[in-house]
Design a protein around this ligand. Structure first.
Ligand code: XIL
Length: 354
């Protein structure tokens, strides 16, 4: 059970007395681009601060685009780079939405994190409804990975190659890929991605494997086996979809990052949000701020943690309410783009960390 230990409540309450918390977010950024935005503060550290961007919104919604470009130095596509959106019919790739996000990132001097090449969800119906041989499925997977990774080789230097391949009990998830190709689809995916862009850092990404436990052990073992087989895997993504009622203990996340680091692997927090039972209250938002702060603190302390990415940034656009019944308010800006306690807490961690 998560305990509110490492981030002092008193410090947060102090911050809350400052006008900064209720100041309008659309205040102009400082002209030199410096100041106390998250991305500016992160420059003192070797960790990039990122957010997932919803398809279309950075360019269609000015407030959304302003905050995204101002606060974050790294952009992930919340949906636009998944298999279904990218290859809606076989052999016909649709890069428009993904390109728009990459263009937005370039225009705002942000880096881009690729998510995700191989997953069991958000696959196109032509793929899920087909009845194909192992060779055909290998061919489809290879073509997809090669086409996408090659296209973005100049813009994307880190990819989630395989997403969520492990069950909560540590066994391998049965997916369209494992059932047709066999468990070796995982190593094949990494090898093909590496062939397409030898410079890209390639991640295995999952949820529920942030701290310690069966699933985390299984992900560790998977990564270790891949390395032993000479498979080009460079890191493990820890999604970190957690809540005010439950989050892994920061010390367990630190221990997990350390053991992955001992394998020579990078880690990134890739999809953080901290949901709460609705409606939000001050107490819950303070608790939430503590969880965000603790996890950033752990990441900054770990030599191998290179990015801290949120799954969205405003409660106006979040997958949480429609996915977790009765829960929401999981991000660091509220529905009106006003920074919440969690935002200020992240600023403080970045300001204070060595
Ligand atoms: C979610 C998106 O946020 C939703 O908009 C979409 O409907 C479903 O997928 N783990 C992942 C992400 O790796 O890709 C998921 O994103 C959230 C869970």
């Amino acid at each position: 059970m998560y305990r509110f230990l490492r981030f002092p409540l008193a410090a947060l309450l102090f911050v809350f007395a400052l006008p900064a918390c209720d100041s309008a977010v659309d205040a102009p950024p400082e002209e030199d681009g410096a100041g106390n935005t998250l991305r500016a503060l992160a420059q003192a550290h070797e960790v990039e601060i990122g957010a997932a961007a919803a398809t279309g919104l950075p360019t269609s919604d000015a407030r959304y685009g302003d905050v995204l470009g101002r606060e974050f130095g790294l952009l992930a596509a919340e949906n636009a780079m998944k298999f279904g959106p990218l290859q809606p019919t076989q052999g016909n790739f649709s890069f428009r939405e993904a390109d728009a996000l990459v263009d937005f990132a370039e225009a705002h001097d942000m880096r881009v994190r690729g998510h995700a090449l191989v997953w069991h969800n958000q696959n196109p119906s032509w793929l899920t409804n087909g009845n194909r041989t192992r060779e055909q499925m290998m061919d489809i997977l290879r073509t997809h990975i090669t086409t996408v990774v090659t296209r973005y080789a100049d813009q994307i230097d880190a990819w989630d190659v395989v997403n969520e391949a492990v069950n909560d009990d540590g066994s391998l998830r049965e997916t369209i890929w494992s059932e047709t190709i066999g468990p070796e689809y995982i190593e094949l995916a990494f090898r093909w991605a590496h062939e397409a862009d030898p410079d890209a850092r390639l991640f295995y990404n999952d949820y529920g494997a942030e701290g310690t436990g069966r699933k985390s052990d299984a992900v560790y073992a998977l990564a270790q086996n891949l390395l032993q087989e000479g498979v080009p895997i460079h890191g493990v993504g820890l999604q970190m979809h957690v809540s005010t009622d439950w989050a892994p203990r920061p010390s367990d996340v630190a221990a997990n990052m350390a053991r992955l680091g001992d394998l020579g692997l990078e880690v990134q927090i890739t999809e953080m949000d901290v949901r709460m039972p609705l409606p939000p209250t001050d107490d819950k938002e303070l608790m939430q701020a503590g969880v965000y702060a603790d996890m950033l603190d752990v990441c900054l302390d770990a030599w191998n943690c290179t990015a801290f990415v949120l799954w969205g940034f405003t409660d106006r656009h979040s997958w949480v309410p429609s996915t977790f019944n009765g829960q929401g308010a999981a991000l660091i800006f509220d529905e009106d783009y006003v920074p919440k306690y969690a935002y200020t807490a992240l600023q403080q961690v970045l300001e204070r960390a060595d």
